[in-house]
Design a protein around this ligand. Structure first.
Ligand SMILES: [Zn+2]
Length: 401
């Protein structure tokens, strides 16, 4: 554990060191192929090479360090996460998983395993620069379509890479699986007082824009019983969204944005446009929750003499993590003396994209205060040491030399 404690301290120090490379002084903001990404790549390359890896950058800017396996080993295990950040981010989202992968290789001290280990730093996960998330992992999955490629070609060229070579980034050969360590970004592990969680599945998502259409009118002269108030209808509906989620275990439902018009204090609102985000680990449960939520909107508008429309923006199925990798991770976590806790990821991650091409699994590390996508984001050194110990145990037992 001493080795892992020392390695954990170094992982955290490196996360903080890489956090200096930002587009905005005083904040951590590092989007897809932005200029500070060059500095991140340079330092990571140096560290990876010192650990015995050969390093390359593919055409979407994913940085890949390959630690060779023993002679005759032909398979690869991928360990990684993303290098980009949201605006005004914390220092650990994404990058922690890359540095844990590197530390696991460093802890091997040059000893080869029965498979090569590729540490991957994905160039894009957050979707900030082009509004499309997971560009890095999508390149490995082979799902960067022509439209997206056209959109990102200029950025790729400006970074010094060749957009025509993006198809070459597709994952090939004999890949055992993809393993991603990531901060939980929520409060569950902290509440349970656990350092680690093993992700069972990544929740599916449905997103809609729901528009309530009433009639704008004078706030002083229109009697209450004759109003067709779009804000009041939306407000009533928003509470049913909350109630629906509270009454259905595991459902997360959010109205995160409300645009109203004409938006004046002395005018009854004529329209209210609300976003709806519904998530659950089981697609059937999510879909029926969405149906009930939209049916509630129908009832509310008919009682209030309004109309409504619902436009689907996103329909993303849940992604189960690989059951074999999960049970191996259960064993590794239990072997280091940690209670095994399976959990659902409410957020999307690169692992769900990689799962289209190879077995994928994730380990969450406790997020102090449940804080993420915020400068206050943190991780505990002991939890990183636990993740390294579990990861080391996993490599020893699964990818033995
Ligand atoms: Zn992330």
């Amino acid at each position: 554990m001493t080795t892992y404690s020392t390695a954990a301290r170094r992982v955290i120090d490196r996360c903080l060191e890489l956090a200096q490379f930002t587009e905005e002084p005083g904040h951590i903001t590092r989007t897809f192929l932005s200029s500070p990404m060059h500095q991140v790549h340079a330092l990571l390359t140096q560290w990876m090479e010192a650990a015995g890896c050969s390093v390359r950058i593919d055409a979407v800017g994913n940085l890949i360090g390959c630690y060779p396996g023993s002679e005759g080993a032909w398979r690869r295990l991928l360990i990684g996460s993303h290098l980009d950040t949201v605006p005004h981010a914390g220092a650990f989202d994404g990058i922690l998983g890359v540095l844990i992968g590197l530390a696991l290789v460093e802890c091997l001290g040059g000893k080869p395993l029965g498979a090569a280990i590729e540490i991957i730093g994905f160039s894009e996960e957050e979707g900030v620069r082009f509004g499309t998330p997971f560009i890095g992992s999508r390149a490995l999955a082979g799902t960067v379509d022509c439209d997206l490629l056209q959109q990102i070609s200029g950025a790729i060229r400006d970074y010094g890479l060749d957009p025509l070579r993006v198809p070459e980034a597709v994952l090939h050969g004999d890949v055992i699986g993809y393993l991603e360590f990531h901060i939980e970004q929520g409060p569950v592990l902290e509440i349970l007082n656990l350092p680690l969680g093993i992700v069972d599945a990544i929740a599916g998502q449905s997103r809609y824009v729901v528009e309530f259409q009433g009639k704008a009118n004078h706030a002083g002269t229109t009697p209450m019983h004759l109003r067709r108030d779009a804000i009041a209808a939306a407000a009533e509906w928003i509470l049913t969204v909350e109630e629906e989620a509270r009454n259905t275990p595991g459902v997360m439902a959010t109205v995160g944005k409300l645009d109203v018009a004409p938006a004046a204090s002395n005018i009854i609102a004529g329209t209210a446009r609300a976003t709806l985000d519904v998530r659950h680990a089981a697609d059937a449960v999510r879909r029926s929750a969405v149906e009930r939520i939209l049916a509630a909107a129908g009832q509310i508008v008919s009682r209030r003499f309004l109309t409504y429309s619902a436009e689907q923006i996103l329909e993303q199925p849940a992604v189960e993590m690989d059951s074999c990798l999960k049970s191996l991770l259960d064993r590794a976590v239990s072997a280091i003396g940690c209670p095994v806790h399976r959990m659902i990821s409410g957020a999307g991650h690169d692992a769900m994209i990689l799962a289209q091409r190879c077995p994928a699994a994730m380990v969450f590390l406790r997020s102090p205060g449940g804080v993420s996508h915020h400068p206050g984001e943190n991780v505990l050194e002991d939890d990183v040491a636990a993740a390294l110990a579990a990861g080391g145990n996993f490599l020893e037992n699964y990818v033995y030399g």
